[in-house]
Design a protein around this ligand. Sequence first.
Ligand code: BGC
Length: 420
Amino acid sequence: MHETTRKPAFPEDFHWGVATSAFQLEGSPNADWSTWDPVLSDIPEITNHYTVFREDLKLLKELGVNSYRFSIEWSRIQPRPDTWDEEAIAHYQEIIDILRSYNIEPMVTLHHFTHPKWFLERTPWHQTASIEQFLRFTEKMVSTLKNVRYWITFNEPYVILIGGYLDGCTPPGLRDVPRSLVALKNIFTCHGKAYDIIHRYVPDAQVSIAHNMSVFAPWKKWNPLDRLLKKSANYFYNHSIINAFRTGVFIVKFPFSRAVEIEVPIKDKLDFFGVNYYTRIHLRFNPFKKMGVELRYSDIDGHGLTNLGWEVHPRGLAKVLRYASRLDVPLIITENGIATHDTEEKVKYMKRHVDVVERCLKDGLDVRGYYYWTLIDNYEWLQGLDARFGLYKVDFKTLKRSPTSAATYYAYLIQSRSRI
Ligand code: BGC
């Protein structure tokens, strides 16, 4: 059916947005990540967004989005433990003010993977003192920034823990199961306490985390070990966190050992649930791989590849939204996108995922928003500058932005599916 003739299922106040993160657009000399990935020494300011942000925000107007998710770079705000950089705070306030003047609802992420260098050196997440540090930063932001209702405390806590404490590919670069469990407790304790702090300052705030959800499949369907792995991954990655928000207890199960129970003060500390969804992952046991698991992001026949090798699997979005609906809070898709140089692929990806959202709405799921990842091409963690997720293409030599057909299409999609 042609877009303009269909009856939209999207509610009037549905959030049509795009999502970004500060570090991926603007870097920061004081962030742990700035020296972690050598690629960044050649292009420390990445897209130079910190300077040309006013121009970039105009692109949001061009797209016609009514909401924008962005993050605050903690290492700019607090370059040293005892220093608050008021200019940096004013910078992020200006972003909020510009958004408000465009009638665009800001959604602010407090932690999107990066930390001030001093934080990881002195009080990394496996130390109890990390909690106080993060909460000081939270309180400073929430008490200073005006006109923000939507807050994300942590982007993808499990990804922080897997990368930083199990796989070791991201700061602090550890492979240490006991410490990962302490870090888990501390990060989620921060979420629970930050939830209360935010509500103290902004009584009608809407607070969540953004959780990376995936669907899993056995590498070989006939292999019972692969099937077992799929089941465990699905439980851990998708369900353990949902259960913890319902009960206040994380139950972490490692193969061949007793389950660990970790109490965290997060029961019901959610006003909505942020879901980041990209792809499906195939799994198999492989004792020669880290943690004994081999992951494959493409489908069996190698179809559906993007330039990060991720399979396009829109049905998975419906599945994870159904899982998340057990939380009984509104759901917001806080990230969904594809990295590809082929913008027609990008258009197709977006359309197929928005179609899934529409079907979920018709089936009665309470989905309140969709944020495309991302506005302009940016730095992709550990993958450099070639993962083209942007609606606008960036030439990394001149830093010029130009619209792709996906930007035009998203603007059209918003118009045609909104009830206006
Ligand atoms: C992260 C983004 C990242 C995107 C694509 C998400 O997991 O929140 O920062 O760029 O995935 O990999």
